[in-house]
Design a protein around this ligand. Structure first.
Ligand code: KG4
Ligand code: ZN
Length: 338
C-alpha cells in the first residue's frame, strides 16, 4: 500500500516483450515499462523462442528496477504480484513466472497467475474506468482471433475463433513475402494507407451462416499465389495495393462478424483486445460500423493493445478481488485454455 492505494505489479514475458507495470487500485497506471526485442528479431524475420527466453533473463531485473522507480515505490509497497502464466512460449513464460515467484516468496506478497488473453481484454478496464462486464470482445493477436462474451471480470465464453491462422499471424506472413520485415502487422498497417483496398479482390471467407468462426489460411495462400503469379509474369508488384487489399479482406470479415455477435447478444458494448487491435483500419472501420448500429466501442490506446504489464496487473487484481490466489507451485502453461 502507498498513500492508501492497493498496488499490483504485473509481469508479462509470454513472447518477445519483457514488461513490468505497477497499478494503483487495479486500474490506474503508475508505471508501464516495456522492453521490446523487436530489433533483435527483425534480423530473423520472427521470434526465436530460445533467444527470446535469454533476453527476458537479461532484461527482467532492469525492467523491474525501472518500473519501481517510475512508479515511485519500493517492493515493500507492493500488495499483489500478477504474472502471465499462459498461453505463450514456454521458456519465455518461465522467466516471468520464476521472477514473480521469487519476489512473492522473498517479500511474502500474494501471487496470481493471469491468462494472457484475459489480460488483453483487461486493457479496456484501464483505458475506460467506467467499463464493467458484461460486454463482447474481439480478441485479435499474433496467436489468437476470437469473439468472446465477457460475463464477469476474468470470465468469458468463446463464441467463435479461427480454425487455422490468427489474424496477426496472417499479417506477419504476408508482410514477410512482401519483404516488409518483422513484425508485419504495423508495417502492413502503414503501407496500406498508401494503397488501394479495391485494387485486388481477395475472397472473403465467412464459413457457415451464423458461425462466429474464422479462417485466414485461404486468404494468406491467395495473397502468396497472387504475388507469385505476378512475379512469374514479370509484372511489378504494388506492395501498398496488395497490403491494402489483403487488409480490407481481413477487416471486412472480422468487423462484420464481431458486430453480428454484439447485435445477437443484445449487449451493445464491444471491446477490442490484442496486438492487432492497434491496427488503424480495424479501429476506424469498427468505429463507423458501431456508430451506425448504436454499439459503444471500446478501443484501448495502441500501447495498451500490444503486450504490456499493465493489462496483466489489472487481470490479476480482479482475480485477487474474487478470492483467487496461486501458490509457489504456479507453473508456465503454454496452451492454457480461456
Ligand atoms: O498481442 P500481441 O502483442 O502478442 C500476442 O499475444 O500475440 O500481438 C502481436 C501481433 C503481431 O502479429 C503483430 O504483427 C500484430 O499483433 N500487430 C498488428 C499491429 N500492431 C501489432 N497488426 C496489425 N496492425 C497493427 N498496427
Ligand atoms: Zn499478446
Amino acid at each position: 500500500m502507498k498513500d492508501g492505494k492497493f498496488l499490483t505489479m504485473g509481469i508479462e514475458t509470454s513472447c518477445d516483450e519483457t514488461a513490468i507495470a505497477i497499478l494503483a487500485d487495479g486500474r490506474t497506471v503508475l508505471s508501464n515499462v516495456i522492453s521490446s526485442q523487436i530489433d533483435i528479431f527483425k534480423n530473423y524475420g520472427g521470434v526465436v523462442p530460445e533467444i527470446a527466453s535469454r533476453h527476458h533473463l537479461e532484461n527482467i531485473n532492469g525492467v523491474l528496477d525501472q518500473s519501481l522507480e517510475e512508479a515511485g515505490v519500493t517492493l515493500d509497497d507492493i500488495d499483489l504480484i500478477g504474472v502471465t502464466h499462459g498461453p505463450g512460449l514456454v521458456g519465455a513464460l518461465l522467466m516471468g513466472v520464476s521472477t514473480a515467484k521469487a519476489l512473492a516468496f522473498a517479500k511474502d506478497i500474494p501471487l496470481v497467475g493471469a491468462h494472457h488473453l484475459m489480460s488483453h481484454i483487461s486493457a479496456n478496464f484501464i483505458e475506460y474506468p467506467e467499463l464493467e462486464p458484461p460486454f463482447m470482445a474481439l480478441i485479435t493477436s499474433g496467436g489468437h482471433t476470437e469473439i468472446v462474451k465477457v460475463s464477469e471480470y476474468n470470465k468469458c465464453e468463446i463464441l467463435g475463433g479461427t480454425r487455422d491462422d490468427a489474424v496477426g499471424e496472417a499479417y506477419d506472413k504476408v508482410a514477410r513475402v512482401l519483404g516488409l520485415g518483422y513484425p508485419g502487422g504495423p508495417k502492413i498497417d502503414k503501407i496500406a494507407k498508401e494503397g488501394n483496398p479495391e485494387a485486388i479482390h481477395f475472397k472473403r471467407v465467412y464459413l457457415e451462416k451464423d458461425s462466429y468462426d474464422f479462417s485466414f489460411s485461404g486468404l494468406k495462400t491467395a495473397v502468396l499465389n497472387y504475388i507469385n503469379t505476378e512475379k512469374q509474369a514479370g509484372r511489378e508488384i504494388n506492395r501498398a495495393d496488395v497490403a491494402a487489399s489483403f487488409q480490407e479482406a481481413v477487416m471486412d470479415v472480422i468487423t462484420e462478424k464481431a458486430v453480428e455477435a454484439v447485435k445477437a447478444s443484445g449487449m451493445k458494448k464491444l471491446a477490442l483486445a490484442g496486438g492487432v487491435a492497434a491496427n488503424s483500419r480495424l479501429r476506424e472501420k469498427l468505429a463507423e460500423l458501431c456508430e451506425k448500429e448504436g454499439i459503444q466501442l471500446y478501443r484501448p490506446h495502441p500501447a495498451l493493445c500490444t503486450d504490456n504489464g499493465a493489462m496483466v496487473a489489472c487481470a490479476a487484481y480482479y482475480k485477487y478481488k474474487n478470492g483467487e490466489t496461486d501458490g509457489l507451485d504456479l507453473d508456465a502453461s503454454p496452451s492454457l485454455p480461456l
